[in-house]
Write a protein that binds this ligand. Sequence first.
Ligand SMILES: O=C(O)c1cc(=O)[nH]c(=O)n1[C@@H]1O[C@H](COP(=O)(O)O)[C@@H](O)[C@H]1O
Length: 233
Amino acid sequence: MSKSAPCQLILALDLETREEALAMLDRLGDSLKWVKIGLQLFTAYGPDFVREIADRGYKVFLDLKLHDIPNTVAKAVQSIAALPVELLTLHACGGGEMLEWANRARADYAPNLNLLAVTVLTSMNEAQLRALNVNNTPEEQVLHLADITLKSGVQGLVCSSLELAPLRARFGNDPIIVTPGIRPAGSAADEQKRIMTPAAAAAAGSSYIVVGRPILKASDPAAAARSIQADLV
Ligand SMILES: O=C(O)c1cc(=O)[nH]c(=O)n1[C@@H]1O[C@H](COP(=O)(O)O)[C@@H](O)[C@H]1O
């Protein structure tokens, strides 16, 4: 989806058990369209859980952040093609060849799936990049990895909302840009370093914001989700 469409909320369903996850979805009601299944629940319950969430009518973002040699990642994409998944993450720092192989497997086996390359995690700041011997600022590194990603043919990016303006200026409205690290004003940042409010992220050109704890840990998760969604329009 390009940026001509309004920004949508994706719930990061980062909970411990299937029962907790389903109870949370019941509490949130039917205004929520997108659910991100990440390492915690996928590791515990696997593909059956993905099918169960899709059977409830949600669009599924499977966040496995694949990062391996090109053949291994391409084969994983081929396996995931059997699942009802619309968005799938892999790490941009796997490099152009890995991204190209993944995208070829997607085109061959799951043409309706969109791949998203994670650039610089929103939990990282410039000092943490330096410690890895990356001497770019987060913005420079995101733009560099975005160049590699979009040249490879992969459909979209994951980055912080702080990089949206330069990314949209360089690459236009077509790439899907998904932004976690979203914090409504006044909520705890947790370990997230590069954060923005829902309204600011939507205004800056996010295709989808990803929100976990500000909804999951709210005393009234449905009200928290509704208030975030109201900020996106
Ligand atoms: O790929 C992601 O979804 C992701 C990338 C990133 O750079 N930062 C990031 O926080 N995420 C995910 O987004 C979610 C954010 O959760 P909260 O910090 O609880 O809102 C988690 O599920 C993370 O795994």
